[in-house]
Ligand binder design. Structure first.
Ligand code: UDP
Ligand code: MG
Length: 324
């Protein structure tokens, strides 16, 4: 039977919290009275998450499917692989750490049934460390300015997507992407609702400062060329200023002869400009690196196995390795 609702959950080293997740997720979905499926994607966990997911599959094979990666490809790749396995008309994404309460799924569905094809969510009170909350807010502002994507709270994964959006995402082959933004570009009628946010049930965040910076570069470079264009505009402005300075220095040379005072100021300006140039080169590198990964066209992730019930029979099948 084809499910109406598919829930996709990426899992990376979440052994400590999975039992709590199952205990809340399944009852919450059973209560909705819809035919549903849950697609867990194990993103190469190094702990016992894969075994725990396999046990859960044996427990509820009717509604559970497990995609097992052969390595760690990141949260967004895991969700993309999950999307390819979904069959529901509505697809909901959720974190495995219970920061997104499963009880909110019903509210997302209700909103989808009003005719929207993308329901984002805004965390009422965000339960993350202060620096995460503030830097994320700043990035949210920047993204709002330089992309056409309107999202109040970009970092939250508790979202619902219509089948039309998922089908389009499944046609994409982007190596570095940010799913809520990608989905937004395909949505015909997007909206947002307020949801609760909880502290992590167990374990710790899988995002270091470094991977957060990488992720934000994915978001910006994947959806906007404005950073590059801003650099060429800055280049134009600076060349005018330096041309004027050159003329001024030339005039002074003939009026007052050779001068050396103020040479430190000149150094300061030169070092500042060097910094700007280095940043610009780095920025170009961010785009070039992504173009390079894209043209190499290597598989974005490798699925080792999929645990699912095959067809009408109760025999449990393990599908063999595939690439996506
Ligand atoms: N995750 C993943 N692969 C990764 C990192 C994270 O599948 O490489 C999953 C993780 O298990 C969780 C979700 O992505 O379900 C969000 O991760 P986390 O809670 O660590 O992020 P945060 O809430 O700190 O942004
Ligand atoms: Mg989390």
């Amino acid at each position: 039977m084809k499910p109406e609702l598919s829930v996709v959950i990426p899992v990376y080293n979440e052994e400590a919290g999975l039992a709590k997740l199952f205990a809340r997720l399944y009852p919450a979905l059973d209560k909705l009275g819809m035919a549903y499926e849950i697609v867990f994607v194990n993103d190469g966990s190094r702990d016992h998450s894969a075994e725990i997911l396999a046990d859960q599959f044996r427990e509820r094979p009717d509604v559970t499917r497990v995609v097992l990666f052969n390595g760690n490809y990141g949260q967004h790749m895991a969700i993309l692989a999950g999307f390819r396995e979904t069959r529901g008309d509505i697809v909901v994404t959720l974190d495995a750490d219970l920061q997104n309460p499963p009880e909110e799924i019903g509210n997302l569905i209700a909103k989808m049934q009003e005719g929207y094809d993308y329901v984002g969510s805004i965390r009422r009170v965000r339960q993350d460390s202060a620096w995460r909350t503030y830097s994320s807010r700043a990035m949210n502002h920047l993204r709002e300015k330089i992309t056409k994507i309107t999202m109040t709270d970009q970092g939250n994964m508790l979202r619902a997507y219509g089948r039309n959006v998922i089908d389009l995402i499944n046609q994409c082959n982007e190596v570095n992407t940010f799913i809520p933004a990608l989905a937004y570009t395909f949505a015909r009628k997007p909206t947002e609702i307020m949801v609760e946010h909880e502290e992590r049930a167990a374990g710790e965040s899988k995002y270091s400062l470094y991977s957060l910076i990488r992720l934000n570069f994915d978001l910006i470079t994947g959806f906007s060329l404005i950073p590059l264009q801003a650099f060429s505009m800055l280049g134009v402005a600076l060349s005018f200023v330096s041309a004027a300075l050159f003329v001024l220095l030339l005039i002074r040379r003939f009026m007052f002869g050779a001068e050396v005072e103020g040479v430190f100021t000149l150094f300061a300006i030169a070092f500042f400009l060097m910094g700007v140039i280095l940043f610009g080169i780095g920025l170009v590198g961010e785009y070039v690196g992504r173009i390079y990964q894209q043209v190499r066209g290597r598989p974005r992730y490798v699925v080792q196995a999929v645990l699912e019930q095959s067809g009408e029979q109760t025999t449990q099948a393990i599908r063999a390795a595939r690439r996506g």
